[in-house]
Ligand binder design. Structure first.
Ligand code: PEP
Ligand code: MN
Length: 336
């Protein structure tokens, strides 16, 4: 339920309402918008008798939030959430581009990539130190050594670091080095991990599971928000369909659907969505045209030698070209 305050409410009235919400065993989330102030009531999904609040001083009206996701919903939070990243606000006019290798492989590899993507205009550096691989025999990542290398790359380039945590136990270590914790597609419904990321109070990039619905993605975001962490970016990275020519199928629909349903920023990952470098640029442009707030792109100086996801990784020159083209699309749709 949401409680909409009258335009001329007093702080005393507001506090009395919040107290009543809490006395009844719910949590009150205060959302002060430019025009209206809203109290979101969450914490128990049994129906609440709304009339008891409608009679209180300062209350304009109450409304049920019928969707299963509450804090993630635009009904509760009509304005876009803007997530700070390297001097930008993800969700605002300027689109952001997170770029880097799938995995951190060596000092030379990550530093070369970091400098190249920075030069091309990236907003942040990505790179996995803990890798969720289908096969236990595949490269699993450099673990803490990889995080240290990412920190060195940040020191040299100033680019903030986006890197994955695969378990709640890894969250404190990843937080020590990262600016943004990535939760990967395979872990979208790892509720213990979502709770730890919520407690960590660090920005989270939450990727959609390859077999998850948009609503399931939003319910996973809800776990992080319910812990009091509102710095969440959602990522569409392609879903599994019967189509075989691409690794996944980009659910481009998810971009405008998410923008309508939620106030959280939406990032598109055309690298995992297509699985082939040849298609990454086209789908990146499509994502921005569809209203995505940013992109996450895999870049590798020598894709043929990459230890993971080489087939979908762009060489730095191709990435620089993508940035130029995407910025032109952004301008054409009223972004920058
Ligand atoms: C990745 O970003 O390298 C990754 C493993 O992505 P996803 O979780 O979307 O498969
Ligand atoms: Mn990858």
């Amino acid at each position: 339920m949401i409680i909409v305050m009258k335009p001329n409410f007093s702080e005393k009235q507001l506090n009395a309402i919040i107290k009543r919400v809490e006395t009844l065993g719910y949590q009150a989330r205060l959302i002060r918008g430019e025009e209206t102030t809203i109290i979101g009531v969450v914490g128990d999904d049994r129906p609440i008798d709304r009339t008891q609040f409608e009679l209180l001083d300062g209350v304009e009206k109450t409304m049920p939030v019928l969707k299963p996701f509450k804090l993630a919903s635009r009904d509760m939070h009509p304005a876009d959430t803007l997530v700070p990243l390297n001097g930008c606000k993800v969700g605002a006019e300027k689109i952001v581009i997170i770029a880097g290798p799938c995995s951190v492989e060596s000092r030379a590899q990550i530093l070369e990539t970091a400098h190249a993507v920075k030069e091309a205009g990236a907003t942040a550096l990505r790179g996995g130190a803990f890798k969720p691989r289908t096969s236990p025999y595949s490269f699993q990542g450099l673990a803490e050594e990889g995080l240290e290398l990412l920190a060195e790359a940040r020191e040299q380039t100033g680019l903030p670091i986006v890197t994955e945590a695969m378990s709640p136990e890894q969250v404190p270590l990843v937080c020590k080095y990262a600016d943004v914790i990535q939760i990967g597609a395979r872990n979208m419904q790892n509720y213990a991990l979502l709770n730890s990321a919520g407690d960590a109070k660090k920005t989270v990039l939450l990727k959609r599971g390859m077999m998850s619905t948009i609503e399931e993605l939003l319910m996973s975001a809800e776990y992080i928000l319910a812990k009091g962490n509102s710095q969440v970016m959602l990522c569409e990275r392609g879903i599994r369909t019967f189509e075989k020519y691409t690794r996944n199928t980009t659910d481009i629909n998810a971009v405008p659907v998410l923008k309508q349903l939620t106030h959280l920023p939406v990032i598109l990952d055309p690298s995992h969505a297509t699985g082939k470098w040849e298609y990454v640029n086209a789908i990146a442009r499509a994502g921005i045209a569809a209203g995505a707030d940013g992109l996450i792109i895999e870049v590798h100086p020598h894709p043929e030698d990459a230890m993971s996801d080489g087939a979908q990784s762009l060489k730095p020159e191709k990435f620089a070209q993508l940035v130029k083209e995407v910025r032109r699309i952004a301008e054409a749709v009223g972004r920058c």
